[in-house]
Design a protein around this ligand. Structure first.
Ligand code: LMR
Length: 397
């Protein structure tokens, strides 16, 4: 039976980590997968996370099953982080939140939920979008279409074209937006643009689906959910998938959630049963550890304050690295204008170099980045910045 199977090519993002690990060049730089790194190049366990883990070790009394929708107090904490207390109260029973194994698990639950509500529904995703959106949503049976998003020349959102496209999307179709820190471009929607999207969603009646993987890593915990909150208070329906991988540094603990807002409480209760059934059919129930940590941090004031402080340190470091990269490229003699990197948000930006130049950076300089020229800005540090900028300058010559 297995004689006919053929190996698949490496994952466009995760495959880079394996190639980087195998590279023996001492100067190698990993700008690939989106994990935060500190000045020493490590991806640390956050201070509040460590303390919450100690607390759990000492107090957790059982490892019995929790259930397909996960830990209720974690789900409530996630919902508070997304919407804030006041909006959460207003949404009431129209909103349900289900714990998922990472953001990916939440995307999968949501995709299956859409598939059950409208089999084969069209889902519009940004051009470009995160490399895993299309295989993940597509393999659930949804039909993927692209809306214009990033202008590679102007390094900005092609908003007029995007809006023009969305004005033709009909009800029963879905539009996937990145809540903040657009992956892969780092180019985010501004407030007026979110408002225009709200207006067109109301007029056309399509359902908005927001992927929020980087809350707190752009402008701030509250600032980064401006669009999420605007749409949650204005639209009859919304799906938000959130992840604690980056803002709690819980990557391998697989800690995420799918939140669904429906027109009324009855539909929301029905949505909860569909998401629970998807969880049960796929993996039965989500892993507990990461969710227990997030719940402990969110509901213990001292841990919460320390977490917010460390998250701000991470965000400030990333924004500082954006400015550093731009100025050091200039100093390395690069004429091209890279100032857009300073305007963009979150971990990623496109370097904006050709595929051949990307291959040269990987093969000739051991600098690993995604084929699209996406770089993880958070991987830059004092030890690699000179090598990185001089290599980019050499490749651009
Ligand atoms: C990324 O885009 O690098 C991260 O979201 C990690 C992943 O799973 O691709």
């Amino acid at each position: 039976m297995f004689q006919s199977i053929q190996p698949l090519p490496p994952d466009p993002i995760l495959g880079l980590s394996a190639a980087y690990r195998a590279d023996t060049n001492p100067k190698k730089v990993d700008l690939g997968v989106g994990v935060y790194k500190d000045a020493a190049g490590n991806t640390p366990v956050m201070r509040a996370v460590k303390k919450a883990e100690e607390k759990l070790l000492n107090t957790q009394a059982s490892k019995a099953y929790v259930g397909p929708t996960g830990f209720a107090d974690y789900n409530a904490a996630v919902a508070r982080m997304l919407f804030g207390d006041e909006l959460l109260t207003r949404l009431g029973g129209r909103r349900i939140t289900v714990q998922s194994p990472g953001g990916c698990g939440g995307l999968r639950l949501s995709a299956e939920f859409i598939q059950k509500a409208n089999p084969g529904a069209k889902v519009w995703v940004s051009d470009p979008t995160w490399a895993n959106h299309v295989p993940l949503l597509g393999s659930s049976g949804l039909n993927i279409e692209l809306y214009p998003y990033y202008d590679y020349e102007k390094h900005d959102v092609r908003f007029d074209e995007m809006l023009g496209c969305l004005q033709k999307v009909s009800s029963n179709e879905v539009v996937l937006l990145h809540g903040c820190c657009h992956n892969p471009s780092g180019a985010d929607l501004n407030r007026e643009q979110w408002q225009a999207i709200r207006d067109v969603a109301l007029k056309q009646g399509f359902t908005v689906f927001i992927d929020l993987a980087y809350q707190g890593l752009g402008d701030g915990l509250e600032e980064d959910v401006y669009g999420v909150r605007l749409l949650a208070e204005s639209l009859p329906e919304l799906i938000v998938v959130s992840s604690c991988s980056k803002n709690f540094g819980l990557y391998r603990e697989r800690t995420g959630a799918a939140t669904v807002i429906c027109e009324n409480d009855t539909q929301a209760s029905a949505a909860n049963t569909l998401l629970a059934a998807s969880a049960r059919a796929n993996y039965s129930m989500p892993p507990d550890h990461g969710a227990a940590i997030v719940e402990a941090v969110m509901n213990t004031p001292a841990l919460h304050d320390d977490w917010e402080m460390e998250l701000k340190e991470m965000r400030d470091r990333i924004n500082g690295l954006r400015s550093l990269l731009v100025s050091r490229l200039r100093e390395a003699g690069v004429d091209q204008d890279f100032s857009f990197i300073e305007r963009e948000k979150g971990m990623f930006s496109f370097l904006g170099v050709s595929k051949e130049q990307v291959q040269s950076l990987i093969n000739d300089y051991s600098i690993y980045l995604v084929n699209s020229s996406r770089i993880n800005v958070a991987s830059i540090n004092d030890d690699n910045i000179d090598y990185l900028t001089s290599s980019i300058a050499a490749v651009l010559k």
